[in-house]
Design a protein around this ligand. Structure first.
Ligand code: NA7
Length: 538
């Protein structure tokens, strides 16, 4: 089936979003003979990386592993220039993928999905776009990303600001000129930590408004040598196997030793080596960093000492030192010269927990203690993570029930893939799946493959409708909470994993914390047992 020229034709599958998830979903589903159209709100492919163009935007996963593994030729032909890929390079890669697999003919850019309604009689989804078009499909696959709904704080007076303000996740394509400007940046998560050193180099003055001090590990970015690229490619099969069998989708395994086992000297030496090597792998130094408070304290203390060593002004160092949560219990950033930036003459740190932001004035930002004159304000304030992108669409399941209503007290899914009351809807990296706790392309490929196999199985059996049962969903929510409860993660009370960064959002630990490999095994078992926990009918 193909879309009729007026866009009202029926498709087997509509995919929403053209990031890593949507592009692979289109390729994979089309490859098994299905008619597929992909609808994308942006004017280009790239998803997260299309929108996040802020200074210093770079992936924290390493480039050779933050890439697709589904096609051997693709992974062998593509050359990543640095250890971590910069935003423009990821965009080049995803555009290359779109061209290489001839995806563009089934992608409609500049098309935002505003609603989707399930019609139970014929088991069809009716999807409406912002242009008022109505499209129909058998299966709806959301590939809307976990971090794509910008969270701009509702600070009084923002509309009176005479300068310009930006959210990092909606960055202007033409860039922003900070030269000679007084710039304020709000937020010190992964994004703020990447942007601060880069903006500090450009601006006349940079004021950083920090609410929660953060741990950060040096990235140790650098060019990827010809030899190391070749070595990775020669070993790709094994690397991909490790990624798929790991806890977090990265090509390293977490040490099996407790942090409390070695002597203090040996432990410090292990942390020093990990600090020198840099990157997210630091958290793999010991087995129990995310499950045992005393073990976690050893890593947290090590990083606190490093902050004091790097930052020259002891008062600034103290304000930059996290005390209210343990290392990696919130998403751990990695950085290039973040703490070093505070040694610059033109960088000021303001602790807005001590002196909260009260308003934006026409000429700057005022806290309870002072007014800071600014020409530009950058909000690195994160996202309405995981549920925001899905609830941004008016999704209605059986009986017209809205997803917003169903998730009023927090998301409920089965495997993060299916939702009771919403048949034939598949959510790639949905809440309740490893998603943001995993290297994303690894998590995405597993989801897309599972969904594609599932649809193939339905078609082979002549089945038209598939829906997660309430019981399976309830059991999965309980298992999700249990898995999170075995870790220290839910204890970081200001974490976006819990929805704590968005005022009024229900506090539910959203990603699946039981580990990627364990999760994959469960999904495989569900499929092998004729999709246990789903009802499939003609
Ligand atoms: P994050 O990690 O959610 O960080 C947002 C930062 O903004 C964080 O420091 C927040 O402080 C701060 N924030 C949020 N709202 C406010 C208000 N109203 N006032 C002051 N400060 C505020 O988003 P990122 O974009 O950095 O990273 C998102 C993910 O992208 C990252 O985890 C990676 O997976 C990639 P808080 O900690 O909430 O006190």
């Amino acid at each position: 089936m193909t879309l009729s020229p007026n866009g009202t034709g029926e498709q087997d599958v509509l995919v929403v979003g053209a990031g890593f998830s949507g592009l692979y979903a289109l390729h994979r589903l089309r490859g098994q003979g299905l008619s597929v159209t992909l609808l994308e709100a942006g004017d280009g492919v790239g998803g997260t990386w299309y929108w996040n163009r802020y200074p210093g935007a770079r992936c924290d996963s390493e480039s050779y592993y933050y890439s697709y593994s589904f096609d051997e030729e693709l992974q062998n032909e593509w050359e990543w220039s640095e250890r971590y890929p910069q935003q423009p390079e990821i965009m080049a890669y995803l555009n290359h993928v779109a061209d290489r697999f001839d995806l563009r003919r089934d992608i409609r850019l500049g098309t935002r999905v505003v609603s989707a309604e399930f019609d139970d009689g014929p088991a069809r989804w009716h999807v409406t776009t912002d242009a008022g078009e109505r499209l129909t499909c058998r299966f709806l696959v959301t590939a809307v990303g976990c971090l794509s709904t910008a969270n701009v704080p509702a600070i009084p007076g923002l509309d009176t600001f005479a300068g310009e303000w930006f959210h990092t996740g909606r960055w202007p394509h033409e860039g922003v000129d900070f030269a000679g400007r007084r710039v304020g940046i709000v937020g010190t998560g992964s994004t703020g930590i990447q942007a601060v050193p880069v903006i500090a180099e450009q601006a006349a003055h940079l004021t950083v408004f920090q609410r929660t001090a953060n741990y950060s590990i040096p990235a140790r970015n650098g060019p990827e040598s010809v030899e190391s690229r070749q070595a990775i490619k020669d070993d790709y099969a094994e690397i991909r196997r490790i990624q798929r069998e790991s806890t977090n989708g990265h090509p390293f395994l977490i040490s099996e030793r407790s942090a409390l086992e070695p002597s203090e000297d040996e432990r410090r030496a292990i942390y020093e080596a990990a600090w020198e090597r840099g990157g997210l792998r630091f958290r793999a130094s010991f087995a129990d960093l995310l499950s045992d408070r005393a073990a976690n304290d050893t890593a947290s203390d090590f990083i606190r000492t490093k902050i004091r060593e790097i930052v020259r002004d002891p008062e600034v160092a103290e304000r930059l030192t996290p005390r209210d949560h343990g290392f990696a219990t919130k998403r751990p950033p990695i950085d290039t010269d973040y703490f070093e930036a505070y040694n610059r003459e033109n960088v000021t740190l303001v602790d807005v927990r001590e002196t909260p932001i009260e308003e934006v004035t026409p000429t700057g930002l005022r806290t309870s203690a002072a007014e800071y004159p600014l020409d530009r304000i950058v909000f690195a304030t994160g996202f309405d993570a995981m549920t925001g992108p899905l609830l941004g669409i008016d999704i209605r399941g059986t009986g017209g029930r809205t997803l917003r209503d169903k998730w009023a007290d927090g998301p409920r899914t089965y495997l993060g893939l299916g939702i009771a009351g919403f048949p034939n809807l598949f959510t790639i990296t949905g809440p309740g799946s490893p998603s943001v706790l995993c290297n994303m392309p690894t998590a995405i490929e597993q989801h897309v493959d599972w969904i594609a196999d599932c649809i193939a199985d339905l078609d082979a059996r002549g089945l038209a409708r598939m829906e997660a049962t309430e019981d399976a969903e309830t059991a999965w929510v309980a298992h999700n909470n249990e898995a999170a409860g075995k870790t220290l993660l839910p204890q970081a009370s200001s974490s976006w994993y819990l929805g704590a960064n968005v005022p009024g959002k229900p506090r539910v630990f959203m990603p699946y914390a039981g580990g990627f490999a364990a999760y994959t095994r469960i999904c495989d078992e569900v499929a092998a047992e004729e999709y246990r926990g789903f009802v499939r009918t003609r």
